[in-house]
Design a protein around this ligand. Structure first.
Ligand code: SAM
Length: 196
């Protein structure tokens, strides 16, 4: 059960919550990746990370199942002089070839999947990444003092967060613990991983 009755309600909620400011993952890609990189914004909602990276000259593909979030992205892209490819799709079956992305933002992605689906989602991300590509992955780890919606499947332990990614074939570069700037009770793992 989710707090929202429809995809449209959720898409509007999320736009209000995060706006068009980039996530930590997009900022890290902009700092650390070559501008010729092909980037996937997986589960990117209305595409705040895609727009930020597109404006910086990266080639970006937004992959997201929510049709209303994608409608917002399509409306925004029309008014801007940047190109973003937008594909309605869901993990664990992305309609893209093997090894094509040099970088992936999967921000606040992993907690969207029940534990039994987490590994399948990450294995699919690993499939679409080029060797040497970097994955920026963040997941909620706790909501101190707040009840957690049933649609969120926390990853409480750092070792567990690392293990999901390493089981999918990634090498861990760095994992940090971050609190959200506005909702400080929301604590996340922010991980940088590499496909060997
Ligand atoms: C918490 S939001 C994060 C959105 C975005 N990464 C950001 O930081 O603004 C999680 C997103 O994952 C998407 N999602 C849910 N299930 C998915 C799936 N199976 N495959 C890809 N994305 C999915 C949701 O529609 C939602 O847009």
């Amino acid at each position: 059960m989710s707090l929202f009755n429809s995809e449209q309600q959720w898409a509007n909620f999320w736009l209000g919550r995060v706006g068009w400011q980039p996530s930590w993952a997009a900022s890290r890609i902009a700092e650390s990746c070559d501008a010729t990189s092909l980037v996937a914004d997986i589960g990117g909602a209305h595409g705040r990370d895609s727009f930020y990276l597109g404006a910086k000259g990266f080639r970006v593909v937004l992959l997201e199942p929510n049709a209303y979030s994608l409608k917002m992205a399509l409306q925004r892209v029309k008014g801007l002089r940047i190109r973003i490819d937008i594909v309605r799709s869901a993990l664990p079956n992305l309609p893209v070839r093997d090894k094509c992305f040099n970088a992936v933002t999967f921000y606040w992605g992993l907690h969207s999947y029940p534990d039994e689906a987490k590994l399948g989602a990450l294995v699919e991300i690993e499939r679409v990444m080029a060797n040497g590509g970097v994955l920026l992955s963040a997941s909620f780890r706790s909501w101190s003092g707040h009840s957690v919606p049933l649609s969120i499947h926390l990853v409480p332990k750092k070792e567990g967060f690392i293990a999901w990614h390493e089981q999918a074939g990634f090498r861990t570069l760095k994992v940090t613990d971050m609190a959200d700037e506005t909702h400080t009770f929301e604590k996340s793992w922010c991980g940088e991983f590499k496909k060997p």
